[in-house]
Design a binder for this molecule. Sequence first.
Ligand code: LLP
Length: 429
Amino acid sequence: MPLVRDASGQLKFGGASLQELVAGLGTPTYVYDLDAIASGARELDEAFDGGPHLIAYAVKANTAGRVIRTLAAQGCGADVVSGPELRVALACGMAPERIVYSGVAKTDDEIDYAIAVGGGGIAAVQVESLEEIARVEARALASRPSGRKVQVSVRVNPSLDLDGLTHVNIATGHDAAKFGVPRADATGALRLVEGSPHLRLVGVAVHVGSQFTSTAPYLEAASMLFDLIRAGRGDGRLRALAFVDTGGGFGVDYTGEQPNPVRPADFVRAVRAEQQRAGAGDLSLTVEPGRSLVAPHGVLLARVIQTKVTETARWLMIDAGMNDLLRPALYQAKHRVVALEAPVDAARAVSWRVVGPVCESSDDFGEHRLNDAPPRAVALLDAGAYGYTMASSYNGRQLPVEAFVSGGRVVAHTVRPDVEGWVAERARA
Ligand code: LLP
């Protein structure tokens, strides 16, 4: 049950009253609908039509334990990019053999942990450079004297032109990005891993970027991988290959107005068809969605502190800022803003410039049509991904609270950090 306004005008999210949440927990507060997260994961799972696969949830999108456990319960594994993310995924019940680890500069400690955990290590350390292959090999030698091989997957940079296809800050599969082994070096990298007595090449991977609203760039990157696989197998190589990982990046419709938004399952169906055509249907298909599994199922609640009406704008100043939700400042992203108390009355709606209290001009959530009588509290929509995980305590602001809804009620929430603690810690530093 998504966001609905009931007959009495109450805004409900996952069946829970948002006004009651504001009254009970204060603001800013993130609210996540665990049931909707679970059903989104099930829908994505069905798109694999029973074929071998792994949905490796990109934990960076939302690291809340209840969210990770909800996805683990639906059979998801994880894509992690740091030691702490790996540890939180494990702590939330994800099995090591269902976790892949990406990242351009893993430390030795992080590599050691990933290859030792659970006795056999994780599904794959995804190497992103020729230099990293040598480093993982050295760690394998140091920490696995028994001769057991470390499972490695090579993340290739598909070297695409992604201009205009997503925001420049979240495009990764192009030549100017630090991510992945350059396409020109890919065959060499695969040979290097295969030739190592300490490594086993179990996967090839790509992650072209984030927030794609068409499947075309995703498929182009995937085809590049399938070509590599075909060529390698044609030469009698890639015998131990177990999976192909086509990454995350499934976009969500932040406007709520796209007539036929492309769904996560559409990406999976399209890439599966490509995989079959390429004769790689025997390999397990791993995908790494983050945003699409959680973004639509989270809202950020804020109260209105005051308005400010000038000749140039009607400012609606709320108590959530860029420290709570960084996406507008960093990617010029626009999250819809909905008043909690009353629906928009088209006859009385005016344009409000919604801003936070942080001392930065980019602390700005953009123009939104809301009633001329300002609301007391608002919800910023589609805030379940890259919201809390990118939050900071800039300007001495405390991290927001997170509340979890299931079965129409709040089943858990975190506690608002203590301001005194921040003051004391900063004063001591
Ligand atoms: N796999 C890898 C290796 C990644 O780096 C990422 C995201 C994902 C998977 C998941 O991508 P998704 O399905 O969520 O698009 N903070 C930005 C997004 C940064 C994405 C970074 N990598 C935002 O708020 O838009």
